[in-house]
Design a protein around this ligand. Structure first.
Ligand code: ADP
Length: 142
């Protein structure tokens, strides 16, 4: 039985979530389930204060929006509240996924292979990096 399962969620991809739901339900029957949404860092040119940076939403605004979206997504999973933990962080998605996997002592990561429609055989770059570097089993959902 797994005790700590990490499920990274790309909040912009509803179809990916649909793929993940049955797998999470099967494998996380008694486990604590950590849902993670990573907000990629604001592009460096914006952080330098160059053109268009004024139009970017502020960090707190982004974080609130991402949290709300993640809440909606997590509601689609049939998991008791007490076994759910939600995380929203900034940074490079693959680094943050690997970092949280260690921090919560994940014994399983469940990740979708790539965006639907991108390719039927390739592994997306985030998924590939997690498979390569994680310290625990990784279930890649296709
Ligand atoms: P693609 O390159 O086709 O977008 P990815 O490897 O980036 O494929 O995405 C596959 C999976 O990686 C997603 O379904 C999700 O589980 C995870 N992932 C990607 N980006 C993020 C993100 N920003 N936050 C959390 N998880 C992510």
């Amino acid at each position: 039985m797994y005790r700590s399962v990490l499920v990274p969620i790309d909040i912009s991809e509803a179809d990916l979530t649909r793929q993940l739901i049955p797998q999470v339900q099967i494998h996380a029957k008694t486990a604590k389930v950590h849902f993670l949404s990573v907000i990629p860092s604001v592009p460096f040119y914006a952080s330098l204060g160059l053109a268009y940076s004024g139009e970017l939403p502020d960090k707190n605004g982004l974080q609130t929006k991402a949290s709300q979206k993640l809440d909606e997504i997590v509601k689609q999973f049939d998991i008791p509240e007490g076994r759910i933990e939600k995380h929203v962080v900034y940074g490079p998605p693959k680094d943050q996924i690997l970092k949280l996997a260690d921090a919560v002592s994940a014994d399983l990561v469940i990740i979708a292979s790539h965006r639907p429609g991108i390719s039927t055989y390739l592994l997306g770059s985030t998924a590939a990096a997690v498979v390569r570097h994680a310290h625990c089993p990784v279930l890649v959902v296709r």
